[in-house]
Ligand binder design. Structure first.
Ligand SMILES: C[S@@+](CC[C@H](N)C(=O)[O-])C[C@H]1O[C@@H](n2cnc3c(N)ncnc32)[C@H](O)[C@@H]1O
Length: 248
Protein backbone atom coordinates (compact mmCIF):
# COMPACT_ATOMS: atom_id res chain seq x y z
CA UNK A 1 0.00 0.00 0.00
CA UNK A 2 1.31 3.45 -0.94
CA UNK A 3 0.82 6.65 1.02
CA UNK A 4 -2.61 8.21 1.31
CA UNK A 5 -3.46 10.88 -1.25
CA UNK A 6 -5.19 13.89 0.33
CA UNK A 7 -7.84 15.38 -1.96
CA UNK A 8 -9.58 18.63 -1.02
CA UNK A 9 -12.40 20.12 -3.07
CA UNK A 10 -13.19 23.77 -2.50
CA UNK A 11 -16.62 24.59 -3.87
CA UNK A 12 -19.80 26.57 -3.23
CA UNK A 13 -21.78 23.38 -3.96
CA UNK A 14 -20.52 20.73 -1.51
CA UNK A 15 -23.52 18.45 -2.03
CA UNK A 16 -22.81 18.32 -5.77
CA UNK A 17 -19.71 16.22 -5.10
CA UNK A 18 -20.43 14.40 -1.81
CA UNK A 19 -22.67 11.75 -3.39
CA UNK A 20 -20.05 11.02 -6.02
CA UNK A 21 -17.38 10.49 -3.36
CA UNK A 22 -19.62 8.11 -1.41
CA UNK A 23 -20.23 5.64 -4.24
CA UNK A 24 -18.40 2.84 -5.98
CA UNK A 25 -14.63 3.07 -6.53
CA UNK A 26 -14.22 6.45 -4.79
CA UNK A 27 -15.85 5.07 -1.65
CA UNK A 28 -13.79 1.90 -1.77
CA UNK A 29 -10.57 3.85 -2.33
CA UNK A 30 -11.27 5.93 0.77
CA UNK A 31 -12.16 2.85 2.82
CA UNK A 32 -8.89 1.22 1.78
CA UNK A 33 -6.93 4.28 2.87
CA UNK A 34 -5.65 5.07 -0.62
CA UNK A 35 -7.26 8.52 -0.50
CA UNK A 36 -8.80 10.92 1.99
CA UNK A 37 -11.43 13.35 0.71
CA UNK A 38 -12.46 16.65 2.22
CA UNK A 39 -15.21 18.80 0.75
CA UNK A 40 -14.71 22.39 1.80
CA UNK A 41 -17.43 25.01 1.51
CA UNK A 42 -15.93 28.18 0.06
CA UNK A 43 -18.58 30.24 1.85
CA UNK A 44 -16.99 29.29 5.19
CA UNK A 45 -14.11 31.58 4.19
CA UNK A 46 -16.13 34.73 3.61
CA UNK A 47 -16.19 37.62 6.05
CA UNK A 48 -19.64 39.15 5.55
CA UNK A 49 -23.11 38.27 6.83
CA UNK A 50 -24.30 37.16 3.40
CA UNK A 51 -21.25 34.95 2.84
CA UNK A 52 -20.82 36.47 -0.60
CA UNK A 53 -18.20 34.88 -2.85
CA UNK A 54 -18.69 37.04 -5.96
CA UNK A 55 -18.67 40.66 -7.06
CA UNK A 56 -19.06 42.77 -10.21
CA UNK A 57 -16.22 42.67 -12.75
CA UNK A 58 -13.80 45.59 -12.96
CA UNK A 59 -14.17 47.19 -16.38
CA UNK A 60 -17.82 46.22 -16.65
CA UNK A 61 -19.40 43.36 -18.50
CA UNK A 62 -22.00 40.74 -17.78
CA UNK A 63 -22.20 38.44 -14.78
CA UNK A 64 -20.25 38.20 -11.56
CA UNK A 65 -16.67 37.20 -10.81
CA UNK A 66 -15.58 35.09 -7.85
CA UNK A 67 -13.57 37.08 -5.32
CA UNK A 68 -9.97 36.11 -4.57
CA UNK A 69 -9.98 36.28 -0.77
CA UNK A 70 -12.23 33.28 0.04
CA UNK A 71 -10.16 31.08 -2.30
CA UNK A 72 -6.85 32.24 -0.82
CA UNK A 73 -8.11 31.67 2.75
CA UNK A 74 -9.59 28.27 1.92
CA UNK A 75 -6.33 27.14 0.29
CA UNK A 76 -4.32 28.36 3.28
CA UNK A 77 -6.59 26.40 5.62
CA UNK A 78 -6.45 23.27 3.47
CA UNK A 79 -2.65 23.44 3.22
CA UNK A 80 -2.39 23.59 7.01
CA UNK A 81 -3.32 20.00 7.76
CA UNK A 82 -1.40 18.22 5.07
CA UNK A 83 2.10 17.58 3.85
CA UNK A 84 4.06 20.21 1.94
CA UNK A 85 3.73 21.44 -1.63
CA UNK A 86 0.17 20.55 -2.62
CA UNK A 87 -0.91 20.84 -6.25
CA UNK A 88 -3.57 23.56 -6.12
CA UNK A 89 -5.70 23.05 -9.21
CA UNK A 90 -8.02 25.73 -10.52
CA UNK A 91 -10.65 24.15 -12.76
CA UNK A 92 -10.94 26.35 -15.84
CA UNK A 93 -11.90 25.99 -19.50
CA UNK A 94 -8.71 27.96 -20.19
CA UNK A 95 -6.46 25.44 -18.43
CA UNK A 96 -4.14 22.65 -19.53
CA UNK A 97 -6.22 20.00 -21.31
CA UNK A 98 -6.82 17.04 -19.00
CA UNK A 99 -5.42 13.73 -20.23
CA UNK A 100 -4.54 10.25 -19.04
CA UNK A 101 -0.91 11.33 -18.79
CA UNK A 102 -1.88 14.22 -16.53
CA UNK A 103 -4.04 11.88 -14.43
CA UNK A 104 -1.00 9.63 -13.94
CA UNK A 105 1.11 12.65 -12.99
CA UNK A 106 -1.43 13.80 -10.40
CA UNK A 107 -1.75 10.27 -9.00
CA UNK A 108 1.90 10.58 -7.90
CA UNK A 109 1.17 13.70 -5.80
CA UNK A 110 0.53 13.63 -2.06
CA UNK A 111 -2.01 16.44 -1.82
CA UNK A 112 -4.40 17.85 -4.42
CA UNK A 113 -6.56 20.89 -3.74
CA UNK A 114 -9.27 21.58 -6.33
CA UNK A 115 -10.70 25.09 -6.73
CA UNK A 116 -14.12 25.11 -8.40
CA UNK A 117 -15.24 28.29 -10.13
CA UNK A 118 -18.76 29.51 -10.85
CA UNK A 119 -20.49 32.53 -12.42
CA UNK A 120 -18.35 34.27 -15.08
CA UNK A 121 -15.21 32.78 -13.59
CA UNK A 122 -12.63 33.51 -10.93
CA UNK A 123 -10.55 36.62 -10.23
CA UNK A 124 -7.29 36.11 -12.19
CA UNK A 125 -5.17 36.54 -9.06
CA UNK A 126 -6.33 33.12 -7.87
CA UNK A 127 -4.73 31.57 -10.97
CA UNK A 128 -1.66 33.78 -10.52
CA UNK A 129 -0.89 33.24 -6.87
CA UNK A 130 -3.12 30.66 -5.15
CA UNK A 131 -3.12 27.92 -7.80
CA UNK A 132 -0.19 25.89 -9.07
CA UNK A 133 -2.18 24.44 -11.99
CA UNK A 134 -5.14 25.25 -14.20
CA UNK A 135 -6.91 22.28 -15.77
CA UNK A 136 -9.65 22.06 -18.38
CA UNK A 137 -11.66 18.88 -18.94
CA UNK A 138 -12.52 19.83 -22.51
CA UNK A 139 -13.35 22.54 -25.00
CA UNK A 140 -16.78 23.41 -23.68
CA UNK A 141 -18.03 25.65 -20.90
CA UNK A 142 -19.75 24.26 -17.79
CA UNK A 143 -21.68 26.37 -15.31
CA UNK A 144 -19.40 25.29 -12.47
CA UNK A 145 -16.06 23.61 -11.80
CA UNK A 146 -17.29 21.03 -9.28
CA UNK A 147 -18.24 18.35 -11.80
CA UNK A 148 -15.04 19.06 -13.70
CA UNK A 149 -13.05 18.45 -10.51
CA UNK A 150 -15.00 15.20 -9.98
CA UNK A 151 -13.96 14.04 -13.47
CA UNK A 152 -10.30 14.65 -12.69
CA UNK A 153 -10.56 13.03 -9.24
CA UNK A 154 -12.19 9.92 -10.71
CA UNK A 155 -9.46 9.47 -13.30
CA UNK A 156 -6.70 10.03 -10.72
CA UNK A 157 -8.03 7.91 -7.86
CA UNK A 158 -8.56 4.78 -9.99
CA UNK A 159 -4.82 4.90 -10.78
CA UNK A 160 -3.76 4.79 -7.12
CA UNK A 161 -2.15 1.54 -5.98
CA UNK A 162 -4.63 -1.12 -4.80
CA UNK A 163 -7.76 0.81 -5.80
CA UNK A 164 -8.79 -1.35 -8.76
CA UNK A 165 -9.05 -5.09 -8.27
CA UNK A 166 -6.74 -6.51 -10.92
CA UNK A 167 -3.17 -5.24 -10.81
CA UNK A 168 -3.00 -4.66 -14.55
CA UNK A 169 -6.52 -3.29 -14.96
CA UNK A 170 -5.21 0.08 -16.12
CA UNK A 171 -2.20 -1.17 -18.10
CA UNK A 172 -3.86 -1.75 -21.49
CA UNK A 173 -6.52 0.92 -21.40
CA UNK A 174 -7.23 3.64 -23.90
CA UNK A 175 -4.60 6.41 -24.02
CA UNK A 176 -1.82 4.19 -22.67
CA UNK A 177 0.89 4.56 -25.31
CA UNK A 178 -1.32 7.05 -27.16
CA UNK A 179 -3.71 4.35 -28.36
CA UNK A 180 -7.37 3.49 -27.94
CA UNK A 181 -8.16 0.11 -26.43
CA UNK A 182 -9.17 -2.87 -28.59
CA UNK A 183 -12.88 -3.94 -28.61
CA UNK A 184 -14.04 -6.04 -25.66
CA UNK A 185 -16.67 -8.79 -25.54
CA UNK A 186 -18.34 -10.90 -22.88
CA UNK A 187 -20.96 -13.68 -22.95
CA UNK A 188 -23.06 -14.68 -24.82
CA UNK A 189 -20.97 -15.79 -27.78
CA UNK A 190 -23.85 -15.00 -30.13
CA UNK A 191 -26.08 -12.06 -29.20
CA UNK A 192 -28.96 -11.45 -31.62
CA UNK A 193 -26.82 -12.69 -34.48
CA UNK A 194 -23.84 -10.53 -33.49
CA UNK A 195 -20.95 -12.93 -32.94
CA UNK A 196 -17.83 -12.58 -30.87
CA UNK A 197 -14.78 -12.64 -33.20
CA UNK A 198 -13.61 -16.25 -33.60
CA UNK A 199 -10.05 -15.45 -32.59
CA UNK A 200 -11.16 -14.64 -29.03
CA UNK A 201 -12.58 -18.16 -28.64
CA UNK A 202 -9.41 -19.98 -29.66
CA UNK A 203 -7.54 -19.76 -26.36
CA UNK A 204 -4.41 -18.91 -28.39
CA UNK A 205 -3.01 -16.13 -26.20
CA UNK A 206 -0.32 -15.01 -28.62
CA UNK A 207 -2.76 -14.77 -31.52
CA UNK A 208 -5.27 -12.92 -29.35
CA UNK A 209 -2.62 -10.46 -28.20
CA UNK A 210 -1.64 -9.84 -31.83
CA UNK A 211 -5.29 -9.35 -32.89
CA UNK A 212 -5.90 -6.93 -30.03
CA UNK A 213 -2.82 -4.92 -30.83
CA UNK A 214 -3.86 -4.69 -34.46
CA UNK A 215 -7.43 -3.68 -33.54
CA UNK A 216 -6.07 -1.05 -31.20
CA UNK A 217 -3.85 0.38 -33.93
CA UNK A 218 -6.62 0.41 -36.57
CA UNK A 219 -9.15 1.92 -34.18
CA UNK A 220 -6.79 4.68 -33.14
CA UNK A 221 -5.95 5.49 -36.75
CA UNK A 222 -9.64 5.61 -37.72
CA UNK A 223 -11.07 7.41 -34.71
CA UNK A 224 -8.26 9.42 -33.17
CA UNK A 225 -5.38 9.90 -35.61
CA UNK A 226 -4.38 12.94 -33.55
CA UNK A 227 -3.16 10.57 -30.80
CA UNK A 228 -0.54 9.13 -33.14
CA UNK A 229 1.00 12.53 -33.81
CA UNK A 230 3.30 13.74 -31.10
CA UNK A 231 3.06 17.50 -30.52
CA UNK A 232 6.26 19.32 -31.35
CA UNK A 233 6.33 21.24 -28.10
CA UNK A 234 4.34 20.93 -24.89
CA UNK A 235 2.93 24.39 -24.09
CA UNK A 236 2.37 23.27 -20.48
CA UNK A 237 5.79 22.02 -19.39
CA UNK A 238 5.92 20.56 -15.90
CA UNK A 239 2.67 21.95 -14.57
CA UNK A 240 -0.76 23.13 -15.57
CA UNK A 241 0.24 26.80 -15.74
CA UNK A 242 1.50 28.74 -18.66
CA UNK A 243 4.81 30.52 -18.06
CA UNK A 244 3.94 33.98 -16.76
CA UNK A 245 5.49 35.59 -19.86
CA UNK A 246 2.78 33.97 -22.00
CA UNK A 247 -0.06 34.89 -19.70
CA UNK A 248 0.03 38.66 -20.18
C1 LIG B 1 -19.15 29.58 -16.72
S1 LIG B 1 -17.54 28.98 -16.35
C2 LIG B 1 -16.57 30.46 -16.61
C3 LIG B 1 -16.06 30.55 -18.02
C4 LIG B 1 -15.25 31.80 -18.29
N1 LIG B 1 -16.10 32.97 -18.36
C5 LIG B 1 -14.47 31.68 -19.59
O1 LIG B 1 -14.98 32.06 -20.61
O2 LIG B 1 -13.35 31.13 -19.56
C6 LIG B 1 -17.61 28.84 -14.60
C7 LIG B 1 -16.63 27.86 -13.98
O3 LIG B 1 -16.88 26.54 -14.44
C8 LIG B 1 -15.67 25.79 -14.46
N2 LIG B 1 -15.53 25.24 -15.82
C9 LIG B 1 -16.30 25.52 -16.89
N3 LIG B 1 -15.92 24.84 -17.97
C10 LIG B 1 -14.86 24.09 -17.59
C11 LIG B 1 -14.01 23.17 -18.28
N4 LIG B 1 -14.18 22.89 -19.57
N5 LIG B 1 -13.02 22.58 -17.57
C12 LIG B 1 -12.83 22.87 -16.27
N6 LIG B 1 -13.61 23.74 -15.56
C13 LIG B 1 -14.61 24.34 -16.22
C14 LIG B 1 -14.55 26.73 -14.06
O4 LIG B 1 -14.24 26.51 -12.69
C15 LIG B 1 -15.17 28.10 -14.28
O5 LIG B 1 -14.62 29.07 -13.42
Amino acid sequence: MGTTLQVDIITIFPSMVRGFLEESIMKRAAERGAVTFRVINLRDFTGDRHQSVDDRPYGGGPGMVMKPEPFFKAVEAARGVARDAPRVILMSPQGRPFSQALAAELARAQHLIFLCGHYEGVDERVAQAAATDEISIGDYVLTNGTLAAAVVIDAVVRLLPDVLGAKDATAEESFQDNRLEYPQYTRPENFRGLRVPDILLTGDHAAIAHWRSEQSRQRTRARRPDLLIQPEADPWPGSGRLPSSEKS
